[in-house]
Design a protein around this ligand. Structure first.
Ligand code: 6PG
Length: 243
C-alpha cells in the first residue's frame, strides 16, 4: 500500500489532524481493545497535548492500551523519559485506566527490561502472522534517518527475531529499549509525525527513494499489510511542496 503524505502549515495543525485520525481509529475499534505504541522525542509532544487537551474527556479510553515504541534507559521522572513526556502532555489529562499504560521501565537493567517488555507485549497483544499486532504505531524520524531507536548501522534490529531489543544512541552512547522492525512492520497503521526544517533533507531522501536510502532505518518501515501515513509540517515537507 502506497505511503500517503500530508503537509500542514504548522506543527499545531498537523497535531490536530493526526489526533483526529487517532481518535477516529479508536472509535472505529468499538469495544475491541485498541493497542497503540508511541514514539518519543520532542515532536509528538504537541500531538499528545492536543489529544489530552481536546479529547482527554471526550473519548472512551477504557479499551485503549498504550505501549511505547522505544524508551531511553532513564527513570520515568528523568527529562529524557519518553513515558514522562507522554504522562505530562497527555496521560495526566485523560481517563486512561492505569492498567492500560504499559511503560518501558527505563530505570531497569536494559537487557532484563527488553526481555520483560517483550513478555508484556506477548501477554497483551493478539497475533497477526504469528507476530504481536498493534493497531497503530506512531513513529518519529531523526535527522540521521533513524526511527524508533534503530539508528543507522543497526538495521539488523529491523530483522531481529526479538520483539524488543537494546539499542544505543551512537552520538550520546545512551542505551535505549526499542521495538524491532518486524513488530513495527506488522502494525495495522503506522503514522510518521515529522516537523522542522532540520528534517527536510532526510524526508526528501526517503520519499524520493534516493540510491542510498537503505542507509536510513526509517526507509525499512514497509508494513506487511498495514498502511503508512506521513504527517509533515511545511518545514519538514519543504522538498515536497510544488509551487
Ligand atoms: C526517541 C524517539 C525517536 C524520535 C526521533 C525524532 O526516543 O527519541 O522515539 O525515534 O522519534 O529521534 O526525535 P525528535 O522528535 O526529538 O526530533
Amino acid at each position: 500500500m502506497e505511503n500517503v503524505y500530508r503537509i500542514f502549515p504548522t506543527p499545531f495543525e498537523l497535531a490536530e489532524a493526526a489526533a483526529l485520525e487517532i481518535v477516529t481509529l479508536i472509535k472505529k475499534s468499538g469495544d475491541k481493545p485498541f493497542l497503540m505504541a508511541l514514539s518519543g522525542g520532542k515532536t509528538p509532544e504537541t500531538l499528545f497535548s492536543v489529544l489530552g487537551d481536546h479529547f482527554g474527556n471526550s473519548v472512551s479510553w477504557k479499551n485503549v492500551h498504550f505501549f511505547w515504541v522505544d524508551e531511553r534507559c532513564v527513570p520515568p521522572d528523568d527529562p529524557e523519559s519518553n513515558y514522562g513526556m507522554t504522562r505530562r502532555a497527555f496521560l495526566e489529562k485523560a481517563a486512561v485506566p492505569p492498567e492500560n499504560i504499559h511503560r518501558i521501565r527505563g530505570e531497569e537493567d536494559p537487557g532484563d527490561e527488553a526481555i520483560r517488555y517483550s513478555e508484556e507485549i506477548r501477554e497483551y497483544t493478539t497475533k497477526r502472522d504469528n507476530l504481536p499486532f498493534f493497531d497503530l504505531i506512531l513513529l518519529g524520524l531523526g535527522a540521521d534517518g533513524h526511527t524508533a531507536s534503530i539508528f543507522p548501522g543497526m538495521e539488523s534490529l529491523f530483522f531481529s527475531e526479538k520483539i524488543c531489543d537494546v539499542a544505543q544512541n551512537p552520538l550520546t552512547g545512551q542505551k535505549r529499549i526499542t521495538l524491532t522492525g518486524r513488530i513495527i512492520n506488522n502494525a495495522g497503521r503506522i503514522i510518521f509525525v515529522v516537523t522542522g526544517i532540520n528534517k527536510a533533507g532526510i524526508v526528501k531522501e526517503i520519499v524520493e527513494k534516493k540510491e542510498n536510502v537503505k542507509l536510513y532505518p526509517a526507509s525499512y518501515v514497509l508494513p506487511v499489510s498495514g498502511s503508512v501515513g506521513w504527517y509533515l509540517d511545511r518545514e519538514a515537507g519543504t522538498s515536497m511542496i510544488v509551487v
